[in-house]
Design a protein around this ligand. Sequence first.
Ligand code: NAD
Ligand code: TYD
Length: 357
Amino acid sequence: MENVKRTIMITGGAGFIGSHVVRLFVNKYPGYHIINVDKLTYAGNLANLRDIENKPNYSFARIDICDFDAVLNLMKAEKVDGIIHLAAESHVDRSIKDPFTFARTNVLGTLSLLQAAKACWEPFDAEKPYRFYHISTDEVYGALGFDGTMFTEDRRYDPHSPYSASKASSDHFVRAFHDTYGLPTLVTNCSNNYGPYQFPEKLIPLFINNIRHRKPLPVYGKGENVRDWLYVEDHARAIDLIFHEGKIAETYNIGGFNEWKNIDLIKVLVRTVDRLLGRPEGADMDLITFVKDRAGHDLRYAIDSSKLKNELGWEPSLQFEEGIEKTVRWYLDNQDWLDNVTSGDYQNYYEQMYKNR
Ligand code: NAD
Ligand code: TYD
């Protein structure tokens, strides 16, 4: 596998999860040409890929996935034989304020990639079969109560936020392109990811940064909402496995079997940051501030990923305690990265690194 020559387009590779997927593929498959296609919105940061940006099997193309001609030209010129699609607007709070941007990128952008892939797709040899792999979220399934049920792959879609509605729509388009045109597609729905390089508007990096700087921690509602958390490198491993061994037209759920009530998770964060900074453990609990709830706030997500375990043998590798410790350490050790992102300076990185290449 490692020696097969392939050209894989990874969209959204400058974002949080995408950067981990790009890094894994570039390092693991020296025979593959990995093309990172990213528009570099506020969430895209090429500094996330500093350690691999000069590798000979990696290249970057600044393209908006909604730009059909640009996407098609690149796929044709580079003879792309696999697409792993992560580019998206991904933050629920932003989707509540600006749903159009979410419909544009998540729905129309996905459609533009599908159309381009359909135009370029040819039956490839068995060693490198064509794949259009769409990365989706558990949020398309809606909300669960506290009755212990979990989302399985056959769960009816019931999105509640403009973000999850746009992702649900894109999932339907991907499946429709398989059913209508035979495009070899895959879809996975994953739970909340955490780990290095996550934009600090999401709960875990935002709160780590706030605890460090002794700023308030805005907990929505009563903090009783439950999320299922997965370490981002475990997600990237699952993506690698499914891209290579998943069955065409299948859906796989990916999750950590690791549910946490927000308020309990936040207390773990406070204790961990305090301890690692040499403060008395729990000293910063008074930063916790209950604020107005998020509109349409889903109560509980829980993913049943036993299909992926039974069929392809994937399991999360990290215990949550270990993952959180690693994550908090990473943000505390990489204050420069956080400062760059919060100041907006990272947006000059492309100009410095790529514009005149
Ligand atoms: P992110 O917001 O960190 O990164 C998104 C990336 O997409 C950025 O690099 C951004 O520049 C790029 N992008 C946005 N609009 C674009 C456009 N029009 N054209 C080209 N590039 C564009 O997101 P993330 O958290 O890494 O999520 C990646 C994918 O995984 C998304 O599809 C998301 O729905 C899905 N997902 C995320 C989570 C999670 O917990 N973060 C969980 C499950 C699924
Ligand atoms: P988030 O990281 O935005 O992910 P998602 O909404 O996709 O699950 O939020 C995780 C949980 O934390 C969610 O229940 C909302 C809550 N939350 C807060 O209580 N305060 C905050 O400031 C943020 C960003 C999130």
